[in-house]
Design a protein around this ligand. Structure first.
Ligand code: UD1
Length: 421
């Protein structure tokens, strides 16, 4: 098992090129199921979640060609041979459920294993199912699978999400692209990854409008065609490295960074003690006077503060001056990083969905581990500022979402290495 060793206390200065967004890439990859033509995705981040999705698509009969040097992956679903997403692939990654909508829309049926429990709460997929039923799919649950059928094709309809769901909106938007007539998704998610997906689908011939607002309108078309799409930069990676700059009182230029992708995060971080400067080529994050101040944070759907940056922001608050109240409103049980941060000397008390963080003068390095992707990276950030050595176990979580993490941080002066045991 790999571990990451960090010797804390370095001020980070330098440039980090941001990768393509994992959470945009995953639904974009599933769109290949909507056409017989080739789909070329550029700026692909090579991560283990992407490999899991490639394995799943290949299992369905999609031809996949990866070119690592140009970061382009080509998908062709012409020879689709199966409509079953089996348990052993789906259990590795919940986002596998994104094949459900496209398969039933284009191939009239889909059999997708239920993703099951997850470390960050129960995470149901009832809205994906209800939405597809609204579009006319017949759905049965059995043997741990969702069996969806629409032999006559899907029909456009209005569907209102009772809770804002990112992958739910994506699944239905892809399905509705090939449905007969108009679909309106109401209380839809507004994340930049949804907008990126809609742009790609429109490039393939879909008729989608309203993306980025809470009502998305999709006029179904008969057929979609091939397309070449460039994946947008990863805003969660951008926020994570912005915190690396803040917590080490450094100065990092995030190449391809765009402050518009982090509308709630940037002002809060500025309040805490950094300055963002946008230029044509990226975003600079610089510590203002070598101090961070506690600020209150509440996670919300976009354009609110992203739950995927909550753990990292909590790490920043651990050594900030004053106190910070962090409220998690999207997922239950998303404070698994708290006991590990406390083992490093943090002062955090959890009350239900809120955590009170009282800043301490310093953290102390320790062996730590976490059970999800963002919690793991929050421990890496803690290691960057802690006194002494931190060993982060279960590195496979980091490999799901951070491309070249050690190299990117090392290039800014961090003392960080991967140990193989
Ligand atoms: C996506 C992101 C994930 C991020 C999350 C919230 C991808 C691949 N993953 O996950 O990184 O943390 O958005 O920003 O893009 N819900 C239901 N029923 C459903 C679906 C969701 O009740 O059918 C609830 C969930 O339990 C949760 C909330 O809706 O409380 C939001 O979840 P959702 O937006 O669906 O998260 P994901 O799309 O799985």
């Amino acid at each position: 098992m790999h571990k990451i060793r960090i010797q804390g206390g370095k001020t980070l200065k330098g440039t980090i090129p941001l990768s393509g967004a994992k959470n945009a890439a995953l639904p974009l990859m599933a769109t290949c199921l909507l056409t017989d033509d080739a789909l070329h995705l550029q700026n692909m981040p090579f991560l283990s979640d992407i490999s899991s999705m490639i394995d799943l698509l290949a299992q369905l009969g999609v031809e996949v060609h990866s070119d690592t040097s140009s970061k382009t992956v080509t998908f062709n679903a012409k020879g689709l041979s199966s409509t079953t997403a089996p348990y052993d692939l789906v259990r590795k990654m919940r986002a596998s459920v994104l094949v459900l909508g496209p398969l039933v829309a284009r191939h009239g049926e889909a059999h997708v294993s239920l993703p099951g429990g997850c470390a960050i709460g129960t995470r149901p997929i009832d809205l994906h199912i209800k939405g597809l039923q609204a579009l006319g799919a017949e759905i049965e649950l059995g043997e741990g699978y969702i069996h969806a059928k629409a032999s006559q094709g899907l029909k456009g309809a209005d569907f209102t999400f009772s809770v804002v769901s990112v992958t739910g909106t994506e699944n239905l938007m892809m399905a509705a692209a090939l449905a007969k007539g108009q679909t309106r998704l109401i209380n839809a998610a507004r994340e930049p990854e949804i907008v990126d997906l809609a742009h790609c689908l429109n490039g393939m011939g879909a008729k989608i409008s309203g993306m980025g607002t809470d009502t998305i309108t999709i006029e179904g078309v008969e057929k979609l065609h091939g397309y070449t799409h460039r994946i947008l930069p990863d805003r969660i990676e951008m926020g994570t490295y912005a915190i690396a700059a803040a917590i080490t009182h450094g100065d990092i230029f995030l190449e391809y960074g765009d402050v518009n992708l982090i509308p709630s995060f940037a002002p809060l971080l500025e309040q805490s003690g950094v300055k963002f400067t946008q230029s044509e080529t990226g975003l600079r994050v610089k510590s203002v006077n070598g101090k961070n101040h506690g600020v209150d944070i509440m996670t919300e759907p976009f354009p609110g503060f992203a739950t995927d940056l909550q753990a990292q922001a909590m790490t920043l608050m651990c050594t900030a001056e004053g106190a910070s109240m962090i409220t998690e409103s999207i997922f239950e049980n998303r404070f698994m990083h708290v006991p590990e941060l406390c083992r490093m000397g943090a002062n955090i008390t959890v009350h239900g969905s809120s955590a009170l963080v009282r800043g301490v003068p310093h953290l102390i390095g320790a062996p730590v581990m976490a059970t999800d992707l963002r919690a793991s990276v929050s421990l890496v950030l803690a290691g960057l500022v802690a006194q002494g050595e931190t060993l982060v176990n279960r590195v496979y979580h980091l490999d799901r979402g951070y491309e070249g993490l050690e190299e990117k941080l090392r290039n800014c002066g961090a003392e960080i290495e991967r140990l193989q045991e």
